[in-house]
Ligand binder design. Structure first.
Ligand SMILES: [Zn+2]
Length: 339
């Protein structure tokens, strides 16, 4: 005899409960929301929205979002089974976000940080021109304001609907980190489930400290592709946070409940030196091959954001235009915008 539920299908169990993929327990959604989205039975870390992350990490009321008005255009006129603008619109309606990354300035245990958070719900957290631009601005603000940068990643990689323009973001997000490095401004990468593709292959794997959440999938390509590429069987679980910790790519696997305190401790341990103390205040570092590459990458990155015509939030001057004076332009004579 069929069981009849005393409530309508819309408010039915499928909406109220989530099955834990690890222990298969049925978890009440409200319970997940109250418990940092951790499975109460086995501790499985469910994915979080950018908003939930911000609430969890920063001191209450301290987060000020920046560049929230940036929106992607459709420079390639890309259509797969539907046009890219339609996908963007659907993702905006679903998430209430304009793109897959939120960034701003906030405090963690009273310490000011430039914080960027991916939201996997928005087109799989994919990195296109807007995500890359926001990350570059986040890093540049960290450099100018001399505060640490933290990025919490959750991404399937580069956004295929923006084609090679998405791939440009790898260089664009990594180049400012060279300047942060030379200025002694720390960058902490927090890898959550999943951190893959072009995001792992760029800024996410080059943090001064790389943290990961337990059980997070972290890898460049899918397991089978990776295995086929190197032509051998790869060990079980080679794309997990724990495996990468054991093999040196990750510095610590931190349970979500301890993440805020861990970041607070790291921020106290990694003070930003005064501007005059930074080893490369005079900009002499950029003569080597890395300096040359980063300057080149920077110029390409600038070209990308201009060709896409990103809509800049009025009243918020792009951080890149403020000039940090630290290391820019020692390979080329100044980094002028193209006509
Ligand atoms: Zn579970």
């Amino acid at each position: 005899m069929p069981i009849k539920f005393p409530f309508s299908r819309r408010a039915g169990p499928s909406d109220a409960w989530t099955k834990c993929p690890r222990c298969e327990a049925q978890v009440f959604n409200r319970q997940l929301e109250r418990n940092l989205r951790l499975c109460p039975s086995c501790g499985h870390h469910f994915r979080m929205s950018a908003g939930e992350r911000i609430d969890m990490l920063v001191d209450p009321g301290s987060f000020e979002e920046r560049d929230h008005g940036l929106e992607a255009l459709d420079p390639l006129g890309f259509v797969d089974d539907r046009p890219y603008p339609d996908r963007l619109e659907a993702a905006r309606i679903k998430t209430g976000l304009r793109d897959a990354l939120v960034w701003g300035i906030g405090r963690i245990e009273h310490q000011r940080v430039a914080l960027a958070i991916f939201d996997f719900r928005f087109m799989g957290g994919s990195m296109g021109s807007v995500v890359g631009e926001k990350l570059a601005r986040c890093f540049e603000a960290a450099l100018i304001e001399r505060i640490p940068a933290i990025v919490v990643s959750a991404s399937g990689g580069a956004r295929m609907q923006e084609g090679t323009l998405s791939l440009m973001q790898l260089a664009k997000t990594t180049a400012p980190l060279v300047r942060l490095d030379h200025a002694g401004v720390p960058f902490i990468a927090v890898l959550t489930d999943p951190t893959t593709g072009g995001v792992l292959a760029s800024f996410a794997s080059v943090g001064d400290v790389v943290l990961a959440e337990p059980g997070a999938l972290i890898g460049f390509a899918g397991a089978r592709v990776a295995s086929d590429t190197v032509g051998e069987e790869l060990p079980e679980g080679f794309q997990t946070a724990e495996f990468l910790l054991a093999h040196g790519l990750v510095d610590a696997v931190v349970p979500r409940g301890e993440l805020r305190a861990t970041l607070g401790r790291l921020l106290r341990l990694l003070p930003v030196p005064a501007a005059d103390d930074s080893p490369s205040a005079a900009g002499e570092h950029a003569r080597g091959p890395i300096g040359t590459l980063s300057t080149l990458a920077e110029r390409l990155g600038g070209a990308v954001s201009e060709s896409i015509g990103i809509d800049v939030d009025p009243g918020v001057p792009p951080a890149r235009d403020n000039g940090d004076g630290a290391s820019r332009g020692s390979v080329t004579s100044g980094r002028e915008r193209r006509p």
